[in-house]
Design a protein. Structure first.
Ligand SMILES: Nc1ncnc2c1ncn2[C@@H]1O[C@H](COP(=O)(O)OP(=O)(O)OP(=O)(O)O)[C@@H](O)[C@H]1O
Ligand SMILES: Nc1ncnc2c1ncn2[C@@H]1O[C@H](COP(=O)(O)OP(=O)(O)OP(=O)(O)O)[C@@H](O)[C@H]1O
Ligand SMILES: [Mg+2]
Ligand SMILES: [Mg+2]
Lengths: 331, 289, 524, 331
């Protein structure tokens, strides 16, 4: 059997792969260039740090959403789950007076546990992800209010809590680049998620499930278990986001969180992950989240009227994705 | 004898301001021996959701209804229905543009925001650039507070320029990001007015994250805002009397049910408070956590 | 019926050996369909046991029960004489039962290697060992004489290669029982020969192999015994060597088929219906020109990857072309979408019905009407479902489509019947020029004969027909002329009735090698 | 080929079909029964009408979403498009002083036009529906504020405008059942949509697109045109929803609408329409929308605390869909 195409394909893939990665930033870079020209304030260190800081929470949520979306599912509960985790941390640290590490653990465990439940509802009861996580979104929204007594919980008694997001470990070593820890955590989560996706069995099954779940089942894989594991992992990542937002606001705000899921999913899709599953990258999601926050920041810096900000954001989201599609088509 | 059943439909639910109104109403319920329920839509834009709540409340056949209209006109048919059914209506917060409510327990938001403008002008020395971070572009309170603040500055302080008015939906995080953008775009800014609790906290957060020195005037109270005023991140804030609004609404409803006559307006008042006067009994009484 | 089930069974059974697998009185019903009733099957170690039956006879269903995909409603399954319950594919694997499914079950976004070892990835500590994965895959590919990169994404492969990946996957399990459900439907002769070598090797190792195919010649070539099913029931088991094909076929269809010879009418005088001039696209289509006359069947032969499908899709407007002209009935037509092609009177039956042919969620009726919906639109834009129903029923009868009704969802039909539905769609559309890409893939002998008859009839009505097929006998049987492709070029045009050897010579005439040496000479 | 299964099948399908339809209501009926027992006020005419009235806007939006979802797409812009249409009506009637019929036409045309744009972006530019309609959602949200000058537009000068939703044509004939016109319009839209889906070419292609778009394209169908037509139709239906909400509030509220898309999509999915396209019914969507409003109303009538209302709603949405799945499985 002769096969003339294989070698050609291989080098083709290599070239286009590198080219791809380079160009994927193009939408982001275009935005940055435009805003830099339009306002001298845009590219200042402080503003760049502000943009990164503004990306941190949505970025982490978007990474959680990326995992789920690659399996072909969706997670509408990321926003309220984040809030619920923040509230749990508040209860553990402020109401129960436990030490900081236990609070951190509690947030991540709470997230993982809720993800486990969503995942089980989806895998075992065969409830579609949209409904299961929509229900979860509402349940967690209500529970956050119930658990917190509809009041914010403050972390004034836990010194150092706000250092989780606001402190700067980098800045204490290199004072000229005071990258806030929140941003560091975002990149750390991204690196771990990218590693898990490409190097572990969990990652392999994440892609496999999104690619053809029935085929995975026919291959004798315990599909349910892996699917639950993906949702649980995503939940744990939402727990990290809960820590970040609680640390930034130095409080757990029980009413916040709904609506954040759309921003997260938007970042994922702008980043080139397909909602039908099987393909996606963490780097893409990071770029997507950055596009969203650069856009918001830039338009505000330019003092564009708020109603027009919305119009422009909507248009640019469509354009960014269209540009990405054009790029892929010509390659 | 059965307890009176009073349904309060407010403009919101999760925000601490509305929770304080609820607390006042609950307190009155205990004091006066009545049952009170309290409900409100998620955001102050959801006029139709509020109508559904009012309709469900009417179906419940309560003895009286307390109502804070998101849009007076939209509510008129249902209010008429309540009136026809002999259910007395007490308006609270920003009032209802109609003669159906027997009385209104309210804050004058325009005047309250004008007071914020006066304080701001004083603290920045009567000139310079200021900005507003508000919660909502279309709700009554959002419009009144922004207009009250901006118009007062325009009339009385021509040397002060409002460079930016932005809206963060009352979401602390979003308001923080907005504040940071405004500060970075306008390095010479002198002060920001945060027009409700979430906005005010966001403004203070943003100031803190950038290590800025601007003047921050907030609105409403809550533990966070009080703490920020104590620590000096926020210079001061305007407070309404939400607990009083809730309490007086229920009280007025009970009076109405007993056939007593009510004044057309119950002005629950507003105050400026800062680190110095926070502990005054008169002020402490209207602040909430 | 020439052989009664009872005698067939007794004559072929050697009672002294415990069979590897026994399936007894298996029943299985789906909503609205009794797929199996009292089905029986027996497999011994070291034999190739063919399972035969018309489309929808229940072959795939029976084997899905054996491999843990479906659970049976009644009956018994024994493994080495012991009754077993097989409730999941995993359990079947653990018992040493492997299967190659008829409908490809691959994860399109993963690589070939990742597909093959899904669920059994080699690991180093917690991490996947991609190197070992690819090495192992390479070893399997080598043992199959298959030249394929383990790291290539499956979705970029043609169906034939995807099928080879499926086979590699099944082999990697090293099962004692290996079920192959129409493994050769998408393969060409060379690949089939390779597969048979593998099967013989496994057989020698004592593996029991279930072989399902509609290609009669393969049955004779590879199998030891044949079990025949009809309408979900057991008909009989016969030894392959001394049972004439005709007998097997009549057991399958319950009657005797007459093998009509191809009538070749003289078409040389008929006007040209379709002419393709200098069609080009990248390295897949290189300067292809040919024409088809009215009433003529043009066969397109070639090895896998020769570019026949690409030519068809380019003519049909499904893919863009770089250059080239298409003339229909003497007029040049601009075709840039399938819609243009259909408007010009061209119909195309794709080789991959699941992806390109069938709207699997729609019912049979609407799939048949899909290309001709405007015919059924009555006054006010309302669809005339009555007329659509009658039309669908007509085709269901004409093509013997096995379906409970025309409102059955197409995805619930057996593979062959799905193919017939797609054919019906184009017959209804009544195109003057029809391109059939692998029209009989997965179709049983009875239906195949009917489709041949149909193609002949269509040609006699004056339609121009292009048939792409990887089965040379089929090409030879149907075609008035035969175009042969190799590496994107049309390497020759042969008259009908040419020899297989001549076709193979043209199909392996590597024009690129020639062209490259030519250009090298020129530049030198 | 003999076919022994055909007759058995035929009657089997008939029975299970009827049974299906009967049982599809079961979740709804269970809710109604529970609430009727729990509160005597629940089943009173006035409350039933209130529930129906509360369903009307979400129901109409959900029908629009159903069409799009059956094609395998999604429409996140239904809520803000509704608002935009209401604002356009406000401009036409109040600001320009045109007669009522022109206002009605304007709303529906505006909706159709915006749907046409979304559809074109999706079909022609190949932007995924999620992104195209997310962008559209933001654009329309901004434009509603711009066009209205961020202020509600009142219809006081258009007498009879509030009769569109609040009047009762039925009540004027049968005074004992004063069904509001809004509810009538919901059922009318549902009937038309059901008819279009089952009896017209548009409907047929809607299902076909969701089932296998590539196969439809290769059948020589102008896929783009039909896809655009579906989005445009859905947009037109959102225009009807815009009229309903404007009439109910006697004003066009420019800031309303975001978040409504989730309720609409939830109604669709609770109603058994698959998010992956190819299957769905308008009746199911109506039931889904009713389940949502019965739940909200019932919990309010029972004076359940608001935070618990959310928790219960989330749980019941999951349970309702799970019950539906169980029912299908056992049949
Ligand atoms: N999941 C299912 N639901 C409903 N009916 C089914 C299902 N699977 C198979 N059937 C029906 O069961 C019968 C047997 O199908 P099966 O796939 O076993 O046939 P087959 O012998 O493999 O045919 P082919 O040669 O065409 O592949 C057919 O009538 C088919 O339509
Ligand atoms: N999806 C794809 N992506 C990349 N290359 C492809 C794809 N499909 C086909 N090709 C390449 O296009 C060329 C011709 O394809 P194809 O195998 O369809 O030709 P064919 O003659 O129709 O073969 P077959 O006998 O399999 O139908 C081959 O080089 C093949 O590898
Ligand atoms: Mg089969
Ligand atoms: Mg081919």
């Amino acid at each position: 059997m002769t096969d003339i195409t294989a070698p050609a394909t291989k080098s083709g893939v290599r070239i286009s792969g590198a080219f791809h990665r380079l160009l994927a930033f193009s939408g982001l870079i275009a935005l940055v260039v435009v805003f830099s020209i339009a306002s001298p304030n845009f590219m200042q260190t402080q503003n760049v740090l502000a943009i990164l800081q503004a990306t941190s929470v949505n970025g982490v949520l978007a990474i959680a959403a990326t995992l789920v979306i690659i399996t072909g599912g969706i997670d509408l509960s990321v926003g309220t789950l984040m809030t619920f985790c923040a509230v749990i941390t508040g209860v553990v640290l402020t109401n129960l007076g436990m030490p900081l590490p236990i609070g951190i653990l509690a947030s991540i465990l709470a997230g993982t546990f809720c993800g486990l439940i969503s995942g089980s509802i989806i895998a075992k009861l065969k409830v579609p992800p949209f409904i299961a996580t929509l229900g979860m979104m509402l349940i967690l929204k209500g529970l956050s209010l119930v658990v917190s007594g509809t009041k914010p919980i403050y972390f004034n008694d836990t010194p150092g809590f706000n250092q989780i997001a606001l402190g700067s470990a980098v800045g204490s070593i290199f004072p000229s680049v005071p990258v806030p820890n929140g941003v560091l955590i975002l990149f750390l989560v991204a690196a771990i998620a990218a590693f898990v996706l490409s190097k572990t069995a969990l990652g392999r099954y994440t892609f496999a499930l999104g690619s053809n779940e029935e085929a995975v089942r026919l291959s004798g894989v315990n599909v349910d278990r892996w699917k639950i594991a993906v949702y649980a992992t995503a939940g744990g990542i939402c727990g990290v986001a809960g820590l970040l937002i609680a640390s930034r606001l130095n409080s757990a705000q029980p009413a916040l969180g709904q609506g954040y899921e759309l921003d997260a999913i938007a970042a994922v899709v702008i980043g080139g992950t397909s909602l039908s599953g099987g393909r996606g990258t963490v780097v893409g999601t990071l770029i997507g989240a950055l596009i969203i926050s650069v856009l918001a920041n830039g338009l505000r810096i330019l003092s564009v009227a708020q109603e027009w900000q919305t119009v422009v954001t909507g248009s640019i989201i469509i354009l960014a994705v269209y540009a990405d599609i054009l790029r892929r088509r010509t390659l | 004898q059965e307890k009176y059943d009073i349904a309060l439909i407010s403009k919101g639910f999760q925000h601490q301001f509305w929770q304080a109104v609820k607390a006042g109403a609950d307190k009155a319920a205990v004091d006066l021996g009545v049952t009170v329920t309290f409900e409100g839509p998620e955001s102050e834009t959801q006029v139709d959701r509020q109508m559904d709540m009012l309709a469900a409340a009417l179906s419940r056949k309560p003895d009286a209804i307390g109502f804070a209209a998101l849009d007076s006109q939209a509510a008129t048919p249902l209010l008429q229905q309540a009136k026809d059914a002999g259910i007395p209506i007490i308006a609270f917060d920003s009032g209802v543009d109609s003669d159906i409510p027997l009385t209104t327990a309210t804050t004058d938001n325009v005047a309250a925001a004008a007071l914020a403008a006066d304080v701001m002008a004083e603290l920045i020395g009567g000139e310079g650039k200021v900005a507003v971070v508000a919660h909502d572009q279309t709700s009554r309170t959002g419009i009144d507070r922004v207009d009250g603040f901006v118009n007062r500055l325009k009339e009385a302080y021509p040397k002060i320029e409002v460079v930016s008015v932005q809206y963060g939906g009352g979401d602390q995080l979003q308001s923080t990001e907005i504040t940071k953008s405004i500060l970075l775009a306008n390095p010479d800014l002198k002060g920001i007015f945060g027009a409700n609790e979430g906005s005010a906290i966001g403004v203070a957060n943003g100031k803190q994250e950038l290590g800025s020195k601007i003047v921050v005037i907030g609105f409403d109270s809550g533990a966070a805002q009080k703490g920020m005023i104590t620590s000096g991140i926020m210079n001061g804030a305007i407070t309404q009397n939400p607990v009083g609004i809730g309490y007086q609404t229920v009280q007025a409803a009970v009076s109405a049910l007993k056939g007593e006559t009510l004044p057309p307006i119950i002005d629950t008042g507003f105050f400026y408070y800062d680190a110095k006067n926070m502990a005054d009994p008169e002020i402490a009484a209207v602040l909430y956590d | 019926m020439p052989i009664s089930p009872a005698t067939a069974l007794s004559s072929s059974l050697d009672a002294s050996v415990t069979p590897l697998v026994e399936m007894l009185d298996i029943d299985k019903a789906f909503p609205g369909v009794r797929a199996l009733s009292g089905a029986r099957f027996e497999l011994r170690a070291g034999e190739v046991h063919a399972l035969m039956g018309e489309n929808g006879a229940g072959k795939s269903t029976l084997m899905k029960i054996l491999s843990g995909v479906y659970t049976r409603d009644a009956g018994e399954v024994r493994l080495n004489g012991q009754p077993v319950e097989i409730t999941s594919p995993r359990q079947a694997q653990d018992m040493g039962i492997g299967i190659i499914h008829q409908e490809l079950a691959l994860m399109r976004d993963l690589t070939a290697a990742q597909n093959i070892f899904i669920g059994r990835e080699p690991r180093r500590a917690f991490l996947l060992d991609e190197g070992a994965l690819n090495r192992n895959t390479h070893a399997i590919f080598d043992s199959m004489n298959l030249k394929l990169e383990p790291t290539v994404k499956v979705e970029t492969l043609t169906i034939a290669k995807q099928q080879m990946v499926e086979i590699a996957k099944a082999l990697s399990y090293q099962s004692r029982v290996l079920i192959m459900d129409e493994p050769t439907a998408a393969l060409n002769d060379a690949e089939i020969a390779e597969l048979f070598t593998i099967i013989n090797r496994l057989k020698a190792e004592g593996v029991g192999i279930v072989y399902i195919s509609h290609k009669m010649d393969e049955i004779k070539r590879i199998s030891d015994r044949v079990t025949i099913m009809r309408d979900g029931e057991y008909v009989g088991t016969v030894p392959a060597a001394d049972t004439p094909i005709e007998t097997i076929i009549s057991m399958m269809v319950g009657r005797t088929l007459t093998n009509d010879a191809l009538v070749i009418p003289n078409t040389s005088a008929a006007p040209v219906a379709l002419e393709v001039r200098n069609l080009n696209r990248g390295r897949e289509i290189r300067d292809v020109s040919f024409s088809v006359r009215k009433g003529e069947i043009l066969g397109l032969a070639g090895l896998m990857g020769a570019g026949r499908t690409e030519v068809a899709r380019a003519i049909f407007g499904a893919d863009p072309r770089e250059s080239g002209e298409i003339w229909v009935n003497g007029n040049r037509v601009g075709i840039s979408s399938p819609q243009d092609a259909v408007r010009a009177g061209i119909g195309y039956l794709s080789e991959d019905r699941k992806q390109f042919g069938l709207a699997t969620g729609l019912d049979v009726r609407n799939n048949i009407a899909l290309a001709s919906l405007e015919r059924f639109i009555g006054p006010g834009g309302v669809i005339n479902d009555g007329a659509m129903h009658e039309t669908a029923e007509k085709f269901i009868r004409q093509l013997s489509i096995k379906t409970p009704s025309d409102t059955q969802e197409a995805r619930l039909l057996s593979g062959g019947n799905q193919q017939k539905v797609v054919i019906a769609k184009w017959l209804l559309r009544d195109c003057d020029i029809l391109i059939f890409d692998e029209p009989t893939r997965g179709i049983d002998v009875g239906a195949k004969a009917e489709i041949y008859k149909l193609l002949n009839a269509l040609a006699e009505q004056g339609r121009a027909i292009i048939v792409i097929s990887s089965e040379l006998p089929e090409i030879l049987r149907l075609s008035h002329r035969i175009g042969v492709m190799c590496e994107g070029r049309l390497t020759g045009m042969l008259p009908g009735g040419s020899s297989q050897e001549e076709i193979m010579r043209l199909a392996t005439l590597r024009p690129s090698a020639v062209a490259e040496t030519n250009s090298e000479r020129k530049s030198a």
